[in-house]
Design a protein around this ligand. Structure first.
Ligand code: ZN
Length: 398
């Protein structure tokens, strides 16, 4: 159990309880405020400092609340005391004068009095809890917390099935492979509607062993997290060591037009031009992916690496920090048309359809087969399964 005392904008105190075993943080706020921001900050700290991942936030039920604007600090002390002593939180605003007096006595005498005295029960001469002296490490000291993480965390991170990955990695990495997380770093969340909640920079190994598997991993990844990556650079395989390597970037990577370029463009824009400018794709997104498949069958590789690395010969360096919404109709409309969809259109063309009638036929069918309104909206927006009329014309011409 770790207690974090939080100061909110130099005007309010609150408390976060962290439990490394269950990876749950519980936020105690005497004004009942939202704890998302301190949770994000603490989670980032834990990740950077102790490589600890997968934390979740929860709120306690019916905790005592302050009824004035100045007792938050006393509430925090009392929450902490009840948590440490495993006592129920049976106090209220009315008990604050007693609790203040008790804290003053404790500070002067250097001993903790039992919590019951707060609620008016006299127990001043009952059991006392000694305050840890200087040479005894308090449980929140750096050394102690680090030990907790070293034993409970890092050993789990070395090799992991998809099911055991933290939630934010499960949302990004495809199922059906095992992973080794070599390094992970949490990045600052961006501030716009639809921003991904947990951007990160990671170095991961996975159980992909050849070029074909690598390509199917990439496809599964893009289908799974719905981000489209384009090839930046490919490398010639040297069969001895390197089987496959590709550098990729998010399709939104290109730089946005400068204001000067925009002005020039709009000076002779048609209505259509303006509409296309609103559909902005170039956001200068920094997200990249580098995938390297090493030849694990070679003796040298086996000699240099341990068994886990031999089983995970593919190295993925993933910077997942998109500066645009991912799960929005706008983003989905930039995905690549799936081969399956193209084949359906080619069949329609062969059976005598023109581009226009093929598009109508296909879209009507899509509307009729959609399960419900939400899935229909999603399918209509997603270019992989619903290309635009212009796309269909282009397909017809090829
Ligand atoms: Zn992006």
């Amino acid at each position: 159990m770790i207690l974090f005392v939080i100061n909110v904008k130099s005007s309010h105190w609150s408390l976060m309880l962290g439990e490394p075993k269950t990876k749950v943080m519980t936020y105690y706020d005497s004004l009942g405020r939202d704890g998302t921001k301190p949770f994000h900050q603490l989670r980032e700290f834990l990740l950077k400092r102790f490589n600890s991942i997968g934390w979740q936030l929860q709120y306690p039920e019916n905790i005592p609340q302050q009824e004035n604007s100045y007792d938050c600090g006393v509430f925090v002390c009392e929450y902490a005391r009840c948590l440490i002593l495993h006592k129920p939180m049976k106090f209220s605003q009315d008990h604050m004068p007693h609790i203040r007096e008790r804290i003053a006595t404790e500070l002067q005498s250097g001993v903790l009095l039992p919590a019951e005295s707060a609620t008016g029960n006299s127990a001043t001469d009952a059991q006392v809890h000694k305050v840890p002296s200087q040479d005894q490490p308090a449980f929140t000291s750096k050394k102690c917390t680090k030990d907790i993480w070293e034993t409970t965390e890092l050993s789990n991170v070395t090799e992991s099935s998809w099911e055991r990955l933290p939630k934010f990695l499960q949302l990004v990495l495809p199922k059906g492979y095992t992973y080794m997380i070599e390094h992970i770093e949490s990045l600052h969340s961006r501030d716009f509607i639809g921003a991904q909640t947990e951007p990160f920079n990671a170095q991961i190994r996975t159980s992909v062993t050849c070029r074909d598997e690598a390509q199917s991993w990439l496809k599964s990844m893009m289908d799974h997290n719905q981000c489209t990556y384009r090839v930046t650079r490919t490398y010639k395989p040297t069969m001895k060591r390197l089987l496959f390597r590709v550098d990729m970037h998010c399709q939104h990577q290109q730089k946005a037009l400068s204001t000067k370029q925009l002005a020039l463009k709009s000076s002779h824009t048609t209505k259509k031009g303006l509409a296309s400018e609103l559909r902005k794709k170039k956001t200068n997104c920094p997200s990249t992916l580098i995938m390297t498949v090493e030849n694990s069958t070679k003796k040298l590789f086996r000699k240099c690496h341990n068994q886990s690395k031999v089983l995970h010969p593919t190295f993925v360096k993933l910077l997942f920090d998109h500066n645009h919404p991912i799960h929005s109709a706008h983003s989905l409309s930039f995905r690549s048309i799936a081969q399956q969809t193209k084949d359906i259109f080619f069949d329609l063309f062969r059976s005598g359809h023109s581009a226009a009638t093929a598009w109508h036929t296909y879209e009507s069918k899509l509307l009729l087969t959609s399960l419900n309104k939400t899935s229909m909206q999603r399918e209509l927006a997603d270019r992989t399964i619903n290309p635009s009329r212009q796309d269909v014309c282009r397909l017809y011409d090829t």
